[in-house]
Design a protein around this ligand. Structure first.
Ligand code: TMP
Ligand code: MG
Length: 289
């Protein structure tokens, strides 16, 4: 049905079920589809030429906007909490308060740095941020077919928007839920706005945005893309869902985490730095047009 589903990076616990979901979604038509995707390490690359690519937070952490002392502290946080994020021996309940701790401490440090809004674009330009191969087709195809794309990120909205703007793919069908910076009247960062979104409260974030899902109520077929088990709740605000196809990128600690990913994502992409499979799925859903 979709030749790319035979790619070596593709793992599925139940390929039959995947075919059923795809058939049912295709039958309903692409005007009933919406896409909900995580950002860091889902739409962006995990690694390139053996080197890790930055998350939204890392783009700032590595930039000249941050003092050396603060860089050191942010690195220490990353070295402490990232292993916890990907530790398959701990439950989500156990990890949740630690993730809140990570985000809270990181945001406090960033606010102390008095980051200027007018320098963000340059910092993103000079960073190693990279969208996955095939991003152009992904964003352009969704735009051409008027399929709404919700980017739901625990990263930093201002940075994320700049990445997709500079890549020329911030089309009008794209909406972002994320952590946005609050700048004072001089354009200096003073806080983060609204409720914190971290890796394990996307369900709560989704339920706070009922208006968005209400607007999309004629689109009960969802393509969900993520790289963390926390991303699985991003579609919890969708009303009267008919079908959901979940594609998960398994980037790191593959052997330890493979089973849990196979149990929760319909399609698992193992160390796949491209959007080839999501693009093939979208082409199928839009009748290859
Ligand atoms: P996502 O929901 O868009 O994937 O964003 C969350 C990622 O951001 C998650 O993988 C952890 C990462 N992160 C950092 O790299 N540095 C930080 O300081 C924080 C708080 C999160
Ligand atoms: Mg992610």
């Amino acid at each position: 049905m979709i030749p790319e589903l035979s790619n070596p990076s593709v793992c599925m616990r139940d390929p039959e079920r995947v075919h059923e979901i795809l058939q049912s979604m295709a039958k309903s038509g692409s005007n009933t589809v919406q896409v909900i995707s995580d950002f860091d390490m889902t739409l962006t690359r995990f690694a390139h030429n053996g080197k890790r690519c930055p998350t939204c937070h890392n783009i700032l952490d590595n930039s000249k906007l941050i003092s050396d002392d603060c860089k050191e502290q942010l690195k220490e946080l990353l070295n402490t909490y990232y292993p916890i994020e990907i530790d398959s021996s701990r439950s989500i309940d156990e990890k949740l308060p630690l993730m809140v701790e990570w985000w809270t401490k990181a945001h406090e440090l960033l606010v102390q740095q008095k980051i200027r809004k007018d320098l963000l674009a340059k910092v993103v330009q000079e960073s190693d941020a990279m969208l996955r191969e095939g991003y152009q087709l992904f964003f352009d195809h969704l735009h051409e077919h008027s399929i709404p794309l919700l980017i739901f990120s625990a990263g930093i909205g201002d940075v994320l928007e700049e990445v997709i703007r500079q890549a020329g793919v911030f089309h009008p069908n794209v909406k972002v839920f994320s952590n946005y910076m609050d700048f004072d009247e001089c354009g200096v960062l003073r806080a983060f706005k609204g409720e914190l979104i971290h890796i394990y409260n996307k369900r709560e974030g989704a339920l706070l945005n009922t208006g968005h899902f209400q607007e999309l109520r004629a689109r009960p077929n969802v393509l969900l893309m993520g790289d963390s088990l926390g991303d699985l709740t991003m579609a919890d605000g969708v009303q009267q869902m008919e079908n959901i196809l979940k594609i998960g990128f398994l980037n790191d600690k593959v052997e330890e985490r493979k089973q849990s990913y196979l149990d929760s994502y319909d399609i698992v992409l193992v160390k796949d730095e491209t959007l080839e499979v999501p693009n093939a799925v979208l082409l199928y859903l839009t009748g290859n047009k």
